[in-house]
Design a protein around this ligand. Structure first.
Ligand SMILES: Cc1cc2nc3c(=O)[nH]c(=O)nc-3n(C[C@H](O)[C@H](O)[C@H](O)COP(=O)(O)OP(=O)(O)OC[C@H]3O[C@@H](n4cnc5c(N)ncnc54)[C@H](O)[C@@H]3O)c2cc1C
Length: 396
């Protein structure tokens, strides 16, 4: 089967890797002149680690990883811990995988490490897709086109492929914008715990964690805004604005923020879960079909899981329609739940008053007594998933 992938982000690269392993004839079309990722970190949660292990990339991931000790929630001003999920041996044994932090560029590098250059076409901006008698055709801005048995739209939140098969619209401003920054620390410092730390304040939260083996700290600092006014979805912002928006927050955070050299601000958009992702010989993957708030740290994880499942379905089912139906049946319910629960976290992380925060924290404490894995961000059900079960099921 000849397959075209539109988009060489984390989702497209993971898909190319997964499909090449299964022996498909794959070409990836990326609009940028080369593979590249923003200078930021990514939390690779156990479910995504299991998918990467299934793709034979576990060792490479391990080499680039920082292993945090816990996921912890903290009060924005006092630093008081309101939940803690230990990520030690018991956690790893339970989920059969660790929780990892990496730099996005390192993750992308791992995903493309086995991709032959001949399978990658850069500077190719897809302008549309159409069904043909034997498959689908992708058209590009330079006037060229490419015919394939299957075209996969992995072209992100503003997917051209999606709008060509399902129409424009549906993208939703979530009311959140965030600053992203990377602070080189040269090692673990006393003002940043070696954890995935969620600092929760009134109508704002901050997530900090180490990447680059502990050499730098990634910051995602989220505030609320009635609308997104910038022309681009990601623009350079001033460190002064960032410091002003987090005025009065805990001194450790302020110390970290003062080390920020440059920062970018992002508008956060999502969409309601889609009812279908495929039509004829075209399907979608990653943010193209399920853009979500990053509050469960699952966007890249879901794209990697999609890649794994799609490759398994295509390899297992001779008929394209059956394979795409199996792929969607496996992936749509799960990604829909993650999309909707990520929205809900947007509310609970941003409660406006101390009274509401105290009630939330009491609930976190109650849940921690039952099972510490279900407190705080409450992602037990997300991490439990093993994408390799899908392969085992269809093989059986
Ligand atoms: C602040 C923030 C923090 C996050 N943290 C995490 C986290 O900790 N863990 C996690 O799992 N996820 C996280 N995410 C989500 C994650 O970044 C995304 O879900 C993920 O990158 C989606 O990958 P993708 O390949 O589907 O899309 P993208 O990364 O958007 O890649 C799309 C690619 O397609 C290319 N492209 C676009 N249009 C065209 C076209 N017309 N023709 C050709 N090429 C095209 C683009 O250039 C790009 O390379 C976070 C997101 C944000 C905003």
């Amino acid at each position: 089967m000849k397959i075209a992938i539109i988009g060489g982000g984390i989702g497209g690269a993971a898909t190319a890797h997964a499909l090449l392993r299964k022996g498909f004839d794959v070409t990836i079309f990326e609009q940028a002149p080369a593979f590249g990722e923003v200078g930021a970190g990514v939390q690779v949660t156990p479910n995504a680690v299991k998918a990467l292990m299934g793709l034979g990339l576990g060792d490479k991931l391990h080499a680039a990883a920082f292993y945090p000790q816990a996921v912890s929630g903290r009060h924005w001003q006092s630093g008081r811990q309101n939940f803690r999920i230990d990520l030690g041996p018991e956690f790893r044994a339970h989920y059969e995988a660790p929780f990892i932090h990496v730099h996005r560029a390192d993750l992308l590098e791992i995903l493309i490490s086995e991709l032959p250059v001949a399978n990658c076409r850069f500077g190719m901006r897809c302008t549309g897709v159409e069904q043909t008698a034997n498959g689908a055709r992708a058209r590009f801005a330079d006037g060229s086109y490419f015919d394939a048995d299957l075209v996969i739209g992995a072209d992100g939140v503003r997917s051209v492929v999606r709008s060509h098969i399902f129409g424009e619209g549906g993208l939703r401003w979530t009311g959140h914008q965030c600053y992203r920054a990377l602070v080189p620390t040269g090692g673990v410092v006393d003002y940043v715990a070696p954890e995935s730390s969620f600092w929760m304040g009134p109508k704002a939260h901050v997530v900090t964690y180490y990447v680059k083996g502990g050499q730098a700290v990634n910051i995602v600092a989220v505030t609320e805004a009635p609308e997104w006014v910038a022309e681009s979805w990601s623009t350079r912002a001033s460190v002064e604005d960032m410091l002003r928006d987090f005025d009065g927050w805990h001194p450790d955070l302020r110390t970290l923020f003062e080390g920020v050299g440059e920062t970018f601000t992002w508008g956060l958009f999502d969409r309601d879960p889609m009812e279908r992702w495929s039509q004829g010989a075209v399907t979608l993957l990653g943010d193209a079909c399920h853009p979500m708030l990053p509050f469960l740290s699952q966007g890249a994880a879901m794209a990697i899981e999609d890649a794994y499942a799609l490759a398994e379905a295509l390899a297992m089912h001779g008929d394209l329609g059956t394979a795409l139906a199996a792929y969607e049946d496996e992936r749509r319910p799960r990604t829909a739940r993650v999309q909707l629960e990520a929205r809900e976290r947007g509310r609970t992380y941003h409660l406006p008053t101390e009274e509401e925060m105290a009630r939330r924290d009491a609930e976190y404490a109650r849940r921690a007594k039952d099972d510490p894995r279900t407190t705080g961000i409450n992602t037990d059900w997300v991490y439990d998933y093993d994408p390799r079960d899908f392969a085992r099921e269809i093989a059986a």
